[in-house]
Design a protein around this ligand. Structure first.
Ligand code: APR
Length: 314
């Protein structure tokens, strides 16, 4: 039997994730959204691309969760973007409600699934999904690090004029401006970029990566990035469904790793059939540890601002 992936939110990120998954033939897909017709329409359009692609997976669109039963993975992209005039706390409250409700429904229909949270603010939304699902940490992950390291890799490859295939970027910490890049572990054909680029150049590329989401928002005017986020999600899904044991930077619930406890923070994770198999811990310099701690404190502050009612278990 083919594997099954539910994607909640059939907006830009959700629909593009469905596109990548279908193209790779990774799983049957159910797209769920509150807007009537949109998930159904996008699913039908995508299905009609698949004879040309020669992919036999099924893509269904729905406004409820009845078709999502027994999904292996559920990806949560549902939420609102931050609008002008909206405070960060308003956004947290609104998206926490959406992510909480989506998690409750997913758990009811797929109690054994693995959750991949994408809705921002990412690390706090992971905590909502963890509390509501009551899943062990192996089965609640957040997507941010694959995207941040892909952005960093893009800029490093362009700067050096080398293939992206040769670049391996290493980032820790929260998403976007909370990112903690580790240039000494970021390599080109195995050579640390600190040997290939001067500090000022690395700082410039790091800064552009940390502001990578904002750069795209400014260009698009309305909406935010979706091609790279969606491809990053599909990499995590592939590693889990195909039990690849790939090490990917993901938001995971730390239990003392890197000196952090009971918080979702981006760290290198080994992903396989059970979800999170292992967190890879590396020795950090005092500056890197301080940056990661600062990132964790920002996550903690957001988690503290979560409304109590969203924590109600499924
Ligand atoms: N249940 C299901 N879908 C919902 C719900 C809900 N309760 N509430 C909102 N949605 C849907 C919207 O109808 C919309 O189709 O979520 C979708 C969000 O899509 P977009 O607005 O296009 O946003 P997108 O660019 O896909 O980003 C989604 O991912 O990267 C993050 O910051 C981004 O938090 C945002 C999320």
């Amino acid at each position: 039997m083919r594997r099954k992936v539910t994607i909640v939110g059939a907006g830009n990120v959700g629909a593009t994730t469905a596109h990548w998954l279908a193209q790779k033939g990774l799983a049957d897909i159910v797209l769920v959204d509150i807007v009537e017709g949109v998930p159904q329409g996008k699913a039908l359009d995508l299905m009609q691309a698949l004879p040309v692609e020669k992919s036999d997976v099924s893509v269904i669109g729905a406004n409820d969760y009845s078709d999502t039963s027994d999904s292996d993975i559920a990806v949560i992209t549902a939420g609102f973007p931050r609008k002008p005039g909206m405070s960060r706390d308003d956004l947290v409250r609104m998206n926490a409600e959406i992510v909480g409700e989506a998690t409750r429904e997913i758990v009811r229909h797929s109690p054994a699934c693995i959750l991949i949270v994408v809705t921002n603010p990412l690390d706090a939304m992971c905590e909502v999904a963890r509390r509501v699902s009551d899943f062990p940490r192996e089965r609640v992950l957040g997507m941010a690090g694959v995207l941040d390291s892909a952005r960093f890799s893009t800029f490093v490859a362009k700067e050096l004029g080398v293939s992206v295939n040769n670049v391996h970027a290493f980032v820790l910490g929260g998403h976007g401006d909370q990112m903690v890049p580790l240039p000494r572990y970021s390599t080109v054909a195995g050579i640390p970029i600190t040997e290939l680029l001067d500090k000022a150049t690395i700082d410039r590329l790091v800064d552009r990566t940390a502001k990578g989401g904002g750069e795209i928002v400014n260009l698009l005017k309305s909406g935010s990035a979706y091609y790279a986020p969606a491809r990053s999600i599909s990499e995590m899904v592939d590693s889990i469904l195909n039990d690849k044991h790939q090490i990917l930077p993901c938001a995971a619930y730390l239990q003392g790793e890197y000196g952090i406890r009971d918080l979702f923070v981006g760290v290198p994770c080994q992903l396989g059939a059970i979800g999170l198999e292992k967190i890879i811990e590396i020795k950090l310099t005092p500056e890197e540890q301080a940056a990661l701690q600062k990132s964790a404190e920002a996550v903690e502050a957001l988690v503290k601002s979560l409304p109590q009612e969203v924590s109600q278990k499924a």
